[in-house]
Ligand binder design. Structure first.
Ligand SMILES: Cc1ncc(COP(=O)(O)O)c(C=O)c1O
Length: 393
């Protein structure tokens, strides 16, 4: 922009996902960069949304979501995470349907963060958190997690907490590393949140994709933690329909009331036909969700096996549809240069990890770490084709 417009987010440009996907299409590279499925949403769901539209279910619905949809989401949450029969969330008062997890994250951040507040985020961090915090007048305190285990050092978190700290953002299963928070992590988080009167924004969009028998630790399973939390989920990930932008936020009643005040002016309500369609899908095909981990584990295994003869070191992926590769044995380039080269010259598009870190630690990061992210939500042929090329390096 050539005018003197005073930008609220002056340092932001196109995201690394946009950049790498554009480069992939310009160079006709196999696109393992942006995280969306190559396969279609289930036929049942496509029919259901067509029906909803044909039947004229095309007008505004209640701002918080269709009551029947909220009930179905409530059942899902209850079945997956709330073992204690006596503990029942009222879906009409605690769940809000949002336009993707992205809206839920933005609204949760605007609900919580006041000017001057600090929010703790763990790098590599998904890129949607910091702009929201900045727009609310707050600032992020970044804590780095590093290869190979990308674990949170809770001692470091304790050291960063001060009287401005308002919230901690967690993301498990984690994009981009594919790691999971353990129950010990959740207990450590709960101790800090309760001791310092903090809040949690828990980004759980990959909740139904965990591997090797490991289970997702949801904030919803920890009643005291949930009392101070916004739990964010995405049907785009679960039902291979990322372009529908269908998500939701679960929070205790008082927090939901505040969340809904902002949600109603961010968008009012979320795409009505998709709410009808997903309601039907949840009722008719609950097994889709139960089978999702096996579905993605098989894809991970295809890719990992095909990369075995390569010079890349494959880091463990315990959840999500992402896999990290350490390319130290292949190249000395930094990860951004390497990803550009791989896309333009070799024909496989990947995502560098450094853009997920705080900008002022990048020089040090580049000296120490050579890691890129691959998305394996692709057909097996695509994965095998990409691996064959990578094995030649
Ligand atoms: C960690 C994480 N959170 C949130 C989102 C956004 O989800 P949605 O497409 O439902 O807005 C994504 C999408 O890639 C993600 O990876």
């Amino acid at each position: 922009m050539t005018t003197s417009f005073d930008s609220k987010l002056p340092h932001l440009g196109a995201s690394i996902f946009t950049e790498m996907s554009l480069m992939a299409s310009q160079h006709q590279a196999i696109n393992l960069s942006q995280g969306f499925p190559e396969f279609d949403t289930p036929a049942y769901l496509k029919n259901a949304i067509n029906e909803a539209i044909s039947e004229g279910k095309n007008q505004y619905c209640p701002s918080s979501g269709l009551p029947e949809f909220l009930q179905q989401i409530g059942e899902l949450v209850q079945r997956c995470y709330i073992k204690d029969e006596a503990r029942r969330l009222d879906p009409l008062k605690t769940i809000t349907v949002t336009s993707g997890a992205t809206e839920a994250l933005m609204v949760a951040i605007q609900t919580l963060v006041r000017p001057g507040d600090e929010v703790i985020v763990f790098d590599p961090a998904y890129d949607a958190y910091e702009p929201g915090v900045e727009l609310a007048g707050g600032r992020c305190r970044h804590i780095a997690m590093n290869a190979p285990d990308y674990a949170i050092d809770w001692g470091q978190v304790t050291a960063v907490i001060n009287d401005k700290t308002r919230a901690i953002v967690i993301n498990s299963p984690h994009n981009p590393t594919g790691t999971l928070l353990s129950s010990a992590d959740m207990k450590a988080l709960q101790r800090l949140v309760l001791a310092h009167d903090l809040y949690v924004i828990s980004d759980e969009v990959y909740e139904h994709m965990t591997f090797d028998g490991e289970r997702h630790e949801s904030v919803l399973a920890y009643p005291e933690l949930f009392e101070r939390a916004f739990v964010v989920a995405s049907f785009g990930k679960t039902f291979h329909c990322t372009g529908w932008k269908m998500g939701y936020c679960v929070a205790p009643e008082g927090l939901t009331d505040e969340f809904r005040k902002i949600h109603q002016y961010a968008t009012f309500c979320t795409f009505t036909p998709a709410q009808f369609a997903i309601t039907e899908m949840l009722k008719a095909h609950p097994q889709h969700i139960d089978e999702l981990s096996d579905f993605y584990q098989q894809k991970r295994d295809v890719l990992v096996a095909a990369l075995k003869p390569s010079r890349f070191e494959v880091l463990p992926s315990k959840g999500t549809y992402f896999l990290l590769l350490d390319y130290s044995a292949v190249s000395d380039m930094n990860d951004v240069e390497f990803s550009h080269w791989l896309t333009k010259e070799v024909g496989v598009a990947v995502i560098p990890l450094s853009p997920f870190y705080q900008a002022d630690v990048l020089d040090e990061y580049h000296q120490k770490h050579k890691v890129v992210r691959l998305c394996f939500a692709k057909n097996d042929e695509t994965l095998l084709q990409a691996a064959e090329i990578l094995c030649q390096l």
